[in-house]
Design a protein. Structure first.
Lengths: 726, 102
């Protein structure tokens, strides 16, 4: 098969699986997950074939693989639907396919396939466990299978379709469709346990918050279309004429050029999707969904899609930027990205929920990528996107595995504790060795442990880009964020795996089945190895051992090949110091936390601690600023005033006028005139009949006399009228 | 000589006698007889007009024969009705046969 055809086919299997599961196989759990995993496997296979074919093509960036067909004819224009594989697509496809497949396999174990049905499990609630009796007559609690197992696989199938569609497409319109499909799926999956009120609130929050960004993105796309008449990547982002026109067209809005305004609108879309400040609030709450969903949303797909969009439209965002002068969208990105990276990292330090720490770390790392793109570090941003997807998927799946192991302990002991609170864990390294080692690798990659892990290389590249181009504010902020990242990662690892178990449940935790650990191991390999493709050429000792293939390959996506920054020891030393220092600090502070002890950070941080713990009160602020006014608007203004008073008032007025008019017509027209006439005719006829009924005597001879007299009378009459008076 | 007007006067007298019989008598049979008298008065008229006014045409005679036939049929039907009414109501008094009233 040709590469084009395979690329066309990549998104389809998960979509098919979705429909098949929804329509036909939803009653059969094994069939449903076989379909979904099989579909993910097919997409993975196609992606791998495409990836390994295209990386051998020279100058792929200049001559990408393209194919399109006319799709929507609107007036004289036609929207095309099509595919395009350039280096960015290939790289994204690579990590998306791997993480999606791993998450699909992991979900089978996560939802307790093969376990008995729960004693009193309900659809829409997490499984509570089942009681089984073994051969010796002992009964004990074991995990039970998810009640709406098939539905989960249908939803993540649709989700995967959305992501693959977004990656392989060649225009912004289909990208937006994939984007929205994922928005829908994230809504459905965050609220997968819909009987939990917190899950319902989280799903609505996620949907509403990302919607804000989506609306701006749609505005940006619409503006772009009206300005250029096309939405195809090649015709806009790789067309210097179009870019130049856009960059020089003034809009009259804050002095922005058309390119600047469109870029900022597109970037706001990313802010919503990739959970950047100030639209970050939805992502931590999205942890209400099952853990594979967290991995799916926070690593492989949706949040990556936001970064993918800005990387994809980088030529437009940077249009007008020359010689170190940033364009307005880039300034916005550098500012918001760097701010978010530090901001979210500080929150992550104080969170106790194992998944929430990862959620804030994701926000922070996405901020890294955005900031990198903002300062023009195109390749570094793409590199970090890919490595981050691997180790963050690994960490999320690892945390799911930890929660699962803890659940085992909870079912064993019957204790009622928060499964996800890290202060209830501890010492899990002995109970769950595979999870521990893979989580450790993921954690080290996240903190940028030097030389070995992928995270180091990508983070180091961002930092050296920031340094090399002289954006020292961004550099310092990102370095601080990196320090905090290493710190909270080690805090998490120490609290979860090191030390002694702090609860009985943690003591009875158990390693998870192979369907969950196998994906962890595979992702751990990538969390280390994915960094080797991008080792800078001038790096001491290691540089040049493996050619910096990634930079050459990914850099080819742009029209102008980006220059690799000169090597400098300052960013390298900085990243070494912050990574190792943060890890060491985290280990020192948290290695010996005893059961029931408070967070050791609580007293030194003093009044800052509750601020961080409560996420800078952003939820409360938004509640005051948006949610309550919205409720007030809905209740007091829209409902009570507009609806009840104005609209109902007008309707009531119409009703009253109609009744009055009707009464008038009835009393003065209908009753006297129409009825009166009808009655008059009827009554008159009756009275006439009553008057003349006596002549109907029934006596035949009387009739004849009448007839005779009448005849005579008429004869006389006619005689006088007709004959005698001619 | 007997002129046409004599016949006409005769037939008018006969018709009036028949009419009087129909209107004044209560017995249904008598009313029938009156009707027959009126029909025959007409016949006299027809034949008289034929003989005095158009002796070459046979229209008058033909009409007279037709009236005989109609009268015979009418008597047959009428008498049957009278018999039927008599059987049901045990009377042939025209005043008592008054079911046609309101």
């Amino acid at each position: 098969m040709t590469t084009e055809l395979i690329t066309w086919l990549i998104p389809l299997p998960p979509l098919l699986a979705f429909f098949l599961i929804i329509l036909f196989t939803n009653r059969s759990k094994p069939l449903s997950h076989t379909l979904a995993v099989g579909a993910a496997f097919l997409s993975w296979l196609g992606s791998m074939v495409v990836f390994f074919r295209v990386i051998r093509i020279e100058h792929l960036g200049e001559h990408p693989i393209m194919s399109s067909i006319p799709w929507l004819a609107t007036g004289s224009k036609t929207f095309n639907i099509g595919i395009q594989v350039d280096p960015l697509t290939a790289g994204t496809l690579f990590f998306v396919a791997w993480t999606v497949l791993m998450i699909f396999i992991y979900s089978v174990g996560y939802h307790n396939y093969g376990q008995p049905k729960g004693d009193h499990d309900m659809p829409g609630l997490p499984p509570h466990g089942a009681t089984v009796t073994d051969a010796h007559g002992h009964s004990h609690q074991v995990p039970s299978i998810e009640p709406i197992y098939s539905r989960f696989f249908a939803f993540i199938g649709l989700f995967a379709f959305g992501m693959f569609l977004l990656v392989v497409t060649d225009n912004l319109l289909t990208l937006f469709m994939g984007w929205e499909i994922m928005g829908l799926c994230s809504y459905l999956l965050i609220g997968f346990w819909y009987a939990k009120p917190s899950a319902r609130a989280a799903m609505i929050k996620a949907f509403m918050t990302t919607r804000v960004g989506d609306v701006f993105l749609l505005l940006g796309i619409a503006y772009l279309y009206s300005a250029t008449g096309t939405l195809n990547y090649r015709e806009i982002f790789y067309n210097e004429g179009v870019l130049h026109t856009l960059a020089t067209t003034p809009t009259g809005f804050l002095g922005l050029s058309a390119a600047g305004l469109i870029g900022i609108l597109i970037f706001i879309g990313t802010v919503g999707k990739s959970a950047q400040w100030p639209l970050h609030v939805w992502l931590p709450d999205a942890m209400e969904g099952p853990t594979p969903v967290s991995a799916m949303i926070h690593a492989a797909t949706m949040v990556s899609a936001g970064v993918y969009l800005v990387i994809r439209s980088y030529p437009l965002l940077s249009a007008g930027a020359e010689h170190g002068v940033l364009s307005p969208p880039m300034i916005a990105m550098a500012f918001i990205g760097a701010f978010t990276a530090l901001f979210a990292a500080t929150i992550a330090v104080t969170q106790n929920d194992i998944k929430r720490v990862l959620a804030y770390s994701t926000i922070s790392q996405l901020g890294y990528m955005i900031a990198a793109l903002g300062i023009g570090a195109y390749v570094a941003a793409a590199f970090h996107l890919i490595t981050h997807a691997f180790f963050k998927a690994l960490l999320f799946l690892g945390s799911g595995s930890v929660i699962h192991g803890m659940e085992h302990g909870v079912l064993h002991t019957g204790a009622h504790i928060d499964l996800q609170d890290m202060f209830n864990m501890g010492g899990l390294r002995k109970k769950m060795p595979i999870t521990f080692w893979t989580f450790l690798i993921g954690g080290l990659a996240l903190s940028g442990f030097p030389l070995v892990t992928a995270g180091f290389w990508s983070k180091d590249e961002i930092l050296s880009d920031a340094w090399g181009h002289g954006f020292w504010v961004v550099f310092i902020v990102l370095a601080l964020a990196a320090l905090l990242t290493a710190f909270y990662t080690m805090r998490q690892i120490s609290l979860t795996f090191l030390g002694e178990p702090r609860t009985e449940a943690a003591e009875h935790a158990k390693e998870t089945p192979w369907t969950m650990t196998a994906p962890l191991i595979i992702l751990a390999v990538f969390a280390v190895a994915a960094g080797w493709v991008g080792i800078p050429e001038h790096f001491p000792v290691l540089g040049g051992l493996i050619p910096n293939w990634f930079h050459e390959f990914m850099g080819g996506t742009l029209l102008e090949h980006p220059e690799a920054v000169d090597f400098s020891f300052i960013p390298l030393l900085t990243s070494l110091v912050v990574a190792l220092g943060g890890l060491y600090l985290g280990w020192v502070v948290y290695r010996k936390v005893k059961a029931g002890e408070k967070d050791p950070l609580q007293s030194p941080l003093g009044p800052v601690y509750p601020v961080l713990k409560n996420k800078y009160y952003f939820d409360e602020l938004y509640d005051r600023l948006f949610v309550r006014p919205a409720y007030w608007l809905a209740e007091s203004f829209t409902y009570l005033f507009i609806d009840r008073k104005v609209i109902d008032g007008i309707l009531h007025w119409f009703a009253r006028v109609s009744i009055t008019l009707g009464d008038f017509f009835r009393n003065y027209i209908d009753k006297p005139i129409v009825n009166g006439f009808g009655d008059f005719v009827g009554e008159g006829t009756k009275r006439l009949g009553r008057t003349f009924r006596f002549i109907q005597s029934g006596k035949i001879q009387q009739y004849m006399i009448v007839a005779l007299v009448s005849l005579a009378a008429f004869s006389v009459l006619f005689y006088y009228l007709l004959v005698s008076t001619p | 000589m007997i002129t046409l007007s004599w016949y006409l006067i005769f037939s008018a007298a006969l018709f009036c006698i028949g009419l009087f019989g129909v209107l004044a008598r209560k017995n249904a049979i008598a009313i029938f007889i009156g009707i027959e008298l009126m029909l025959n008065a007409v016949n006299v008229n027809l034949v008289a007009f034929w003989r005095y006014i158009a002796p070459e045409a046979i229209t008058g005679q033909a009409f007279a024969v037709l009236v005989f036939a109609v009268a015979a049929a009418e008597v047959a039907v009428g008498l049957a009705l009278v018999i039927s009414i008599y059987r049901r109501r045990n009377t042939v008094n025209a005043d008592e046969i008054d079911m046609l009233k309101f």
